[in-house]
Structures are given as C-alpha cells and as structure tokens.
Design a protein around this ligand. Sequence first.
Ligand code: NAD
Length: 496
Amino acid sequence: MQQINHYINGAHSEISERSGPVFEPATGEQKASVSLASAAEVAGVIELAKKAHTSWSQVSPLNRSRVLFKFKALVEHNIDELAELITREHGKVLDDAKGEIIRGLEVVEFACGIPHLLKGEHTEQVGGGVDAWCVNQSLGVVAGISPFNFPVMVPMWMFPIAIAAGNTFIMKPSEKDPSSVMRLAELLTEAGLPDGVFNVINGDKEAVDTLLSHKDIQAVSFVGSTPIAEYIYETASKHGKRVQALGGAKNHMLLMPDADIDQAVGALMGAAFGSAGERCMAISVVLAVGDSGDALVEKLLPQIAALRVGNGVTPEMDMGPLISAQHLAKVNSYVDTGVAEGASLLADGRQLSVADHEQGYFLGGCLFDNVTPEMTIYKEEIFGPVLAIVRVKDYAEALALINEHEFGNGTAIFTQSGEAARHFCHHVQVGMVGVNVPIPVPMAFHSFGGWKRSLFGPLHMHGPDGVRFYTKRKAITARWPKSNDAKAEFVMPTMK
Ligand code: NAD
C-alpha cells in the first residue's frame, strides 16, 4: 500500500502516528494511506517556514518570479502524470483534470508578473521637501486549506501569488486526494524554490486547527463547504489573522424564452454534469422562464441518457464517479428526498452500473422538473450530477429567486436580449456572472469569489485581490532637513 506523508523543507517527511485511507473512486479500492499530522508536527513546520521567510522575503521579486517560470515549464512537461494523479484519486475524466491544471497554471503565469504587481505608489513633494510612498511587503508564513474537488487548481489559486510576493506557504490539501499537490511540491523544489518556502501538511481537523490558532500564521486562505468556511473565518479571525474563506454554492441558470435553446442546452450539459457536478461553479438549477421549460426538457433528456459515465482514465468518458461512498450515499438521499417532496424525477441515474467497476461510486445524470423553492433539493447544495428545473412565470420572478438564495457564488443568464442581460448583470446578487457563459470562472488576472454565504472575508482569490491579500502596505514619509531646521513642533504636523 502506498504511503503518502508530508512535504517539509524540500523533502518527503516521515510517517505520522495517525493515517487515513485514500480511495480510488472508480474502483472503490483503497489506493493509499495518508499521514494525518499532529499539532506538534504542524507547529514544527510553521517554525521552519518562519525561518525560510527571513531569506525568501529578501530574494528580489524578479528572481522569485524566475522560479515560477521554471515551475510552469515543469508542470507543463508533467501534465499527463499530474492529470492521472488527479483522476485516480478524484475520479474526474483525464481531460477535465488537465483543464483544471491549465486553469491553475494561469495563476502561475499571473504571479510571474510579480515585479510589476508589487510596485507601490510614490508622491513627490507632498510638502516642502517631503516625499511619500507606499510599498507592499510580504506577510510571513501563510496557510492554504483546500477541498477535494480541485486538488491542483484551488491550491494554485493560492500559493503562486503568496510565494511570489515573498511569503512562505503551508498547504493543507484535502485528505481525500493529496497526491497531486505533493507532486507540485516536488516540482517547485526542482524549479529551484528554496527549502521551506512551500510545504505540504496532510491532515484533518487537528492540523487545520493548529494553523488557525498558531501565532506565526499570518493569513489563511480556505476553499470548501460553507459550514467549514464559516468556522475557518471565525476561528482564524479571532486569532488575529487575515482570512479569505470560500464556501459552497447553488448556481442558477436563468433561461429566457428568447435564448438559443441548443446553445443553452449544450452549455448546461457540461455545466451541470461535468466533473459529476462536483464543481463549486456547476449549474444545479435552471430557472425556466415562461414556456422555455418544455423545449428544455425535450432537448435535455436524450443528452442525459447519452452521457458516457465510467472510469475517468478511460478515453471518451463524459463523467467519472463521485468522490466517496459516503458522498454517493448523500447525493442518492437527496434524489430520494426530491421524489418524496413531490418533484418530478425525469431522469434517474441511481440504477447506473458501470461494467467491471461495480464497487465504484457512480451515479448517472439525474433531472428533476417542477422543483419549487421550498424543496430541500432547491435550497441545499447537492454537489452531484443532479439538475433541478424550476418553472417561473417571468424574468422578475427568476431574478428574485436568485437574489433570495442563501448562496451567491456563480450564475448565468441565457438570452438574446442585451437589455435583459444588462439588467441581470447590474441587479443580480451574485459574485460571478455569465451572459451566455455557463461557468463564468474569472481568469487569473481577475479575482474569483462569491457573495453571501459563498464567501467569508472581504477579498476574493487570485488576481488583484490575491496580491492585496498576501501583502501588507507600508506608507513612508521622508524628508532630509538641513541641520539648522531642528525646531520642536507641538501641534499636529500639517504639510506646508
Ligand atoms: P470540506 O469543507 O469538507 O473540506 C475542505 C477542507 O477543510 C479540507 O481540507 C478538509 O480537510 C478541511 N476540513 C473539513 N472538515 C473540517 C473541520 N471540521 N475542521 C477543520 N477543517 C476541516 O469541503 P470538500 O467536501 O472537500 O469540498 C467540497 C465543498 O467545497 C463544496 O461545498 C464546494 O462548493 C466547495 N467549493 C467551493 C469553491 C469556491 O470557490 N467557493 C471551490 C471549490 C469547492
């Protein structure tokens, strides 16, 4: 059995006292055992990362970015291996795994511009013979805690900018699929990153709680479910840290009667069922305005029936398994609840069996029609291949539903009306909005984040917000007085 430990100070560490299982979701077999760090082990890593910060923060931004240029080339060279590591532990199909690596690499490319991004502001002559300027400096040791569903992309939303800005980093990946980030750590070392600048600690609540409360952790970036995001935000804030904590989602597509229905259905199939619906930007609800619902159902059903579901390493698959037996049981129980609460189950993926993979955690595409806002399957995040159609009479009713929902991560409108699209962009209470774009994940040079209970904290992730999050500002005011200019002043200084 493969044993996965930690990556500390540029090398793989010893095994911890406690371990947890890592499964291959397509077969249901345990493929590895992962060390779960103790509080003392995490504290040791924080201490060495603090020492590493002393020298790393003094490396010029240009030389820090050169390490990231080499890292980018290494990731590209090893992309097939990395994608397979993702697929074996997460289940998503190989091309989708490559897609997430490429989206992560875009943040590396952005971070390579750190010499420009760190530049401060300078004002000459703010007063007679006085100049003022601001610099952006690193924070120290910062931590990242990531979910299972993007084992490479989400860590890459965090660490490239953090280390480019001169911080040292401790990554705590999901204990369900830790291998790909361990490989990234090796590639960073190969790229010339000094030991101790990027460390991976595998673990569970004990490791996380140590990061949240330790005095030498300056900032915490978190992505995961809403209850844990809220806990992370409250706990780390209480301990005086900067926090950005991204949570769950329930993303709505608003389908107007004038939309190009074939384009909308194509977009919806990928957005609802890609990665088996285990994306924080997956569309899980369609608000079908007017009579658009009938055409939608008619076109969706054959495409759902034609979904190719199987082992993600097999070419030509559309959808792999869910992450775990527990999660499969949870999603199945949501489908049961939807039926019990009176929604019409038009496509039922529960009976799916994948040949030679009978123990895998597979669920076929599910489609509910006539879902209402009171139903559990409307209110809660399911995080599986289950799409709900809510019929609404008009645009205003649809917009109100989106704005009243607890979550506000992503949304999309499909329409040919510029007027409706513009109104939607302006009035919708959601952090990321698509117009005829189903999964509007912002590019790396913009920032990613939801509203309402999809994000706790003021700053979004990566892009300009990422640079702000991982740096602190220092304002300097200076003058070079003549020696005979030494008179004491007892009033509040003002500029002459
Ligand atoms: P999760 O909240 O269960 O776990 C996320 C991380 O928190 C993991 O590293 C886990 O080890 C740790 N953790 C879990 N329970 C903890 C506890 N009690 N105390 C301390 N740490 C704990 O999330 P998940 O199931 O891995 O990921 C799926 C969730 O992530 C979904 O809700 C999805 O919407 C969300 N997500 C959000 C975004 C976004 O950008 N908003 C992106 C990806 C995933």
